[in-house]
Design a binder for this molecule. Structure first.
Ligand SMILES: NC(=O)c1ccc[n+]([C@@H]2O[C@H](COP(=O)([O-])OP(=O)(O)OC[C@H]3O[C@@H](n4cnc5c(N)ncnc54)[C@H](OP(=O)(O)O)[C@@H]3O)[C@@H](O)[C@H]2O)c1
Length: 250
């Protein structure tokens, strides 16, 4: 679909890819509902997007917050719901802090379940529900938990939803490679094929106008990780063993 005249709810709009999507969709003529926790950032973004943007703060980690926001939106009134909201705090499993892990699971996974439960009634027939998984969910790389397990789960959730909600709702899964945002600013390694949030937003918008279920980009990186996943474990685990090894040899 073209986005002129459509109404799109972006959950995770205050930063990164969500904010870039908001700017690009406003430019394309969409009306926007912008959600995340940081209201000041959302207000700034709404001012940049013009009169067509409305701010609706949401905290996916707070029980009832998404439901309260959803109750203010009319049934069948949206053309798309896009959830980019997620937290990232990668570590080795033995170093994981239980509270951080619970927060990541609450936002990335339980938050996605809530979006999947509450968004469909708000969408018009044929509307799009767009979940952000990740290439990180294709294969469990060392040093990437608990984030990558939550993203594997979101990839899996989107597959189930795609069939469960068809044909009334057009479910899409977005799996980016590396995008330069505050999320990846936590990485202390060179990120191959990294792209800008604006490039990521452009790839998403182009993909949503096509028919593919999964939008993955940049292809030069995502195909390599897909190939890793397709290998027998005897080979793929040997390859991933080289990754995430600390200087002290752990
Ligand atoms: N960047 C990458 O390389 C990359 C690669 C693969 C997949 N992805 C996925 O792409 C999506 C966007 O990532 P990004 O890089 O744009 O991340 P980001 O810059 O950190 O933005 C994440 C967004 O999620 C919101 N958020 C976080 N916790 C929330 C909560 N409890 N309730 C509501 N909103 C919350 C943040 O807003 P507030 O802080 O204001 O709440 C922010 O708007 C994520 O799903 C990520 O997993 C990113």
């Amino acid at each position: 679909m073209g986005f002129a005249g459509t109404t799109v709810w972006i959950i995770g709009a205050s930063e990164g890819i969500g904010a870039a999507l908001a700017r690009a969709l406003a430019q394309a003529g969409a009306q926007l509902i912008l959600s995340a926790r940081n209201k000041a950032a959302l207000d700034d973004l709404a001012a940049r997007c013009g009169a067509a943007a409305q701010v609706l703060p949401v905290d996916l980690a707070t029980a009832g917050s998404l439901a309260q926001a959803a109750a203010t939106i009319g049934p069948g009134s949206l053309d798309a719901v896009i959830c980019t909201a997620a937290l990232y705090d990668p570590s080795r499993v033995e170093d994981m802090d239980p509270e951080t892990t619970a927060r990541l699971v609450a936002v990335n996974l339980l938050g996605s379940f809530e979006v999947a439960r509450l968004a469909p009634p708000l969408l018009r027939d044929g509307g799009q529900l767009v979940l952000f998984g990740s290439v990180a969910g294709y294969f469990g790389l060392p040093g990437g938990q608990p984030y990558s397990a939550t993203k594997a789960a979101v990839n899996n959730l989107a597959e189930s939803l795609r069939i469960e909600l068809a044909p009334r709702v057009d479910v899409r899964l977005v799996c980016p490679g590396f995008v330069a945002t505050r999320l990846t600013a936590k990485n202390d390694f060179t990120m191959p094929a990294i792209i800008t949030p604006d490039d990521a937003a452009e790839a998403v918008i182009r993909g949503l106008q096509g028919r593919a279920f999964e939008l993955h980009f940049p292809k030069r990186f995502t195909w390599a990780i897909k190939a890793l996943r397709a290998l027998p474990y005897a080979l793929s685990l040997r390859l991933t063993r080289r990754l995430g090894v600390k200087p002290d040899g752990r």
